[in-house]
Design a protein. Structure first.
Length: 122
């Protein structure tokens, strides 16, 4: 019988795990993990996916679209209204890079630690 793998967690490097977890908690509605601390914080959802945030000394934020510090990966979030979601996330602390490859179809934002993520029409 072949082995199967199920994605159960994604962990992001960052300078402040609690702050980044709070941003994504407000943005997604996922629940904070009770064992979160200054070194590692986490969120979990109904489907069992866990998103972790680990503190890294001398963290360097990705530079998007410049790859001098590569993004390495990014989240895509499906939303009903791009403008509304963008405005809400910017209020929560996200930033919007000047370069937007196809702003009518998706938006590229960066979280407070500099990780790029996309909003796509659902």
């Amino acid at each position: 019988m072949p082995h199967t793998m199920k994605l159960c967690a994604i962990t992001l490097d960052c300078p402040d795990p609690r702050a980044l977890a709070a941003f994504y908690e407000q943005a997604t509605g996922l629940e904070a993990h009770p064992a979160s601390d200054a070194e590692f914080a986490g969120l979990h959802g109904e489907a069992g996916l866990f998103i972790g945030f680990q503190r890294v000394d001398d963290y360097r934020a990705p530079r998007w679209p410049d790859q001098s510090v590569p993004q390495q990966f990014h989240f895509d979030f499906a939303v009903d209204d791009l403008d509304e979601a963008e405005a809400r996330l910017i209020e929560l602390g996200a930033s919007k890079p000047a370069y937007q490859p196809d702003e009518d179809r998706w938006r590229v934002l960066t979280d407070p630690a500099g990780h790029p993520f996309c909003l796509v029409r659902s």
